[in-house]
Structures are given as structure tokens and as C-alpha cells.
Design a protein around this ligand. Structure first.
Ligand SMILES: [Fe+2]
Length: 149
């Protein structure tokens, strides 16, 4: 989680994001996997469970809660918080697969955020399809919201 936070913070710095917005990004990072290791938390369920807990503990920012709730699947209604968490969660350097490609994508985020977002979503969705898994409706709607044609 510290690596995800460090990456989001580095992007916020490079993108000259206002302090309050930067704080929203970091709150989402720290809240997003709060229940990752809890019993019965699976890949699709832990986001909603973490969001529910964050709300119960007083988080009231809709963008932060939506970022946490949908971070595993994507969400068409995201503001920048959800988009940055989705990017940071996938591009953080602790994941070992495709390390070189992901590092290049991470470096491009400050200048080309939306293009990198489409590339990350494309890679994640291709992986789901290649594994033969179903696409959650939120994922299909997210993809349709970010592609340009
Ligand atoms: Fe997660």
C-alpha cells in the first residue's frame, strides 16, 4: 500500500495538483484495500466492503468512496480520484509482471493520463477475457466511457 501511495503522491506532485485534491487521492489509496486480507474478501468483493467500512468510519467524499468501491472493476462515473487509484493500483512497482512496460506507463501518467488510463484498462480487460472470465457490467461501462470512438 505504501508503494501505491508513493506513486500517487509522485503523480500529484508532477501534475501540480492542489493539496486538497492530492489528499483525496491519498485517502482513497489508504482506504482501498483495508479489507483485502479479511476472511471472505475476494477480488471483486473487497472494494465494496472497503468502501462500506470507509463510509462507516466517516469518509463522506463521494469520489473517494466510488474510487474505493470500484477500484478492481472500473467505473464510468469516476472523477480523478477513481482514475488515479485505478492507475496506481495497477502500475505500482511492487507487482512483478510486465515490470518494464508498467514502469514506462507509470512515467507517462503526468503528461498523458487519459491515454495511459485507456492502455491500463485495455490490458486489464484483455486479461479478463483471455482467462475466460466474465466482464462485470461496471467494467464494460467504464471502457465505453473512456474510449474515444
Ligand atoms: Fe484491491
Amino acid at each position: 500500500m505504501a508503494r501505491v501511495a508513493a506513486l500517487a503522491d509522485r503523480w500529484a506532485e508532477a501534475m501540480r495538483v492542489a493539496p486538497a485534491e492530492r489528499a483525496r487521492w491519498l485517502r482513497a489509496v489508504w482506504l482501498h484495500d483495508a479489507l483485502r486480507d479479511a476472511p471472505a474478501a475476494d477480488e471483486l468483493a473487497h472494494g465494496p466492503a472497503s468502501a462500506t467500512r470507509a463510509a462507516a468510519e466517516g469518509e463522506s467524499d463521494r469520489g473517494v468512496l466510488d474510487a474505493v468501491r470500484y477500484h478492481s472493476v472500473g467505473y464510468a462515473g469516476w472523477d480523478d480520484v477513481g482514475r488515479m487509484l485505478y492507475l496506481a493500483d495497477y502500475l505500482e512497482p511492487g507487482r512483478t509482471f510486465d515490470a518494464g512496460v508498467r514502469a514506462e506507463l507509470a512515467a507517462r501518467v503526468p503528461a498523458e493520463r487519459d491515454a495511459v488510463l485507456r492502455e491500463v484498462a485495455r490490458r486489464r480487460i484483455q486479461h479478463l477475457i483471455s482467462e475466460g472470465w466474465r466482464l462485470p457490467p461496471e467494467t464494460a461501462e467504464f471502457w465505453n466511457a473512456i474510449v474515444s470512438r
